[in-house]
Structures are given as C-alpha cells and as structure tokens.
Design a protein around this ligand. Structure first.
Ligand SMILES: [Zn+2]
Length: 174
C-alpha cells in the first residue's frame, strides 16, 4: 500500500502515470491551470514538479514539495527514496495510469466487451479500471515496465523526507 499521496505538475505526466501504477493516489494537474491554482488544490499531498519557481513558491507556502529532474528514471528514484514508494507493481494494489482509480483483478468472465480475442485466449488474469473501463493485462508492456523498474532501483536514492518542506532534486539549491 502506497502511503503517500501526490499531486504532479503537468510537466511530469509520465511520472504521474508511474506513481499510479505503483499504487499511489496521484492527481495530475491540468496543464491549463496556472501555478496559484496548483497551490490551492495541493492540500495534504506532496507536490512533485520540475518547475523550480513553482517548487520555491510551494515551499514558501509550507507545502511539501519534491523538485525532480526531467529524466523519468531519476525522478522516480527520487520520489521513491523521499516518500517511501516501493518500486514494485502489486496487481492487488495498483491504480489506473489514466484516471487514478484503484484497479480490480478480474478473470475472463469479468471482462467488458472490446478486449481482443487473442488477448483473452492467452491470459487468465486481467486488471479492470472501474473508473474509465480500461482493461490491462500482463503482456510485453508489463515485462518492459518491470525491466524499467529494475533499472530505477539501481540509481542511488536520497533518504526519506524529514519534517517540513524539503527540497530534493538535481543537487542545486532553489
Ligand atoms: Zn481508469
């Protein structure tokens, strides 16, 4: 179970999808919103952003923020180390990368229409999103994700967040 809840800046869309896959409740900020709107809705969440100016403003407002580099692997490593996110995909505790709803494990009988027949034939377990109706299965894409996570684990990670707003990121001060 991912104990951390995030709100991810629109610059880091791939990172937001990954945090959901890892089971974290993650909001993805509408790119049309300006920065003050983001700070308004951040509430109890940790703000994750690559935007130095936004990170500085958030920290000044007492919001916990993680400043991450644009590289996806490094960003994921930083968030994992700072907020205690486990770098593993648990099918019973994962969220829809597109809408953030917790996914449910279903068998062939629980599938909605539209799943390709060859996929149904070659798999027995699927993940269904009750929010948007999307279906996921453990195919090539899944194995590629596990390979990516194995690479992220090899990146040296910073320690956990300790009280108050803490900046993490590419080593530069804000
Ligand atoms: Zn969904």
């Amino acid at each position: 179970m991912c104990g951390a809840r995030f709100i991810v800046d629109s610059m880091c869309g791939k990172l937001a999808r990954w945090l959901r896959i890892l089971g974290c409740d993650t909001l993805y900020v509408d790119p049309t919103k300006d920065d003050s709107d983001i700070l308004e809705i951040v509430k109890e969440r940790i703000l994750v952003t690559s935007d130095r100016a936004l990170a500085r403003r958030a920290a000044n407002s007492g919001i916990r923020v993680l400043l991450v580099p644009e590289d996806l692997g490094e960003a994921l490593s930083i968030v994992s180390g700072a907020a205690g996110v486990r770098l593993r995909i648990d099918p019973r505790d994962t969220r829809c990368p597109f809408c953030n709803s917790p996914l449910v494990v279903v068998s062939r009988e629980g599938l909605p229409d539209g799943v390709p027949r060859e996929v149904i034939r070659s798999h027995t377990r699927f993940l269904l999103c009750p929010g948007c109706g999307k279906v996921f299965w453990f195919g090539t894409h899944y194995w590629n994700m596990l390979r990516f996570l194995a690479g992220v684990k090899k990146i040296r990670r910073p320690g956990p967040l300790t009280g108050g707003p803490v900046m993490r990121g590419d080593g530069n001060d804000l």
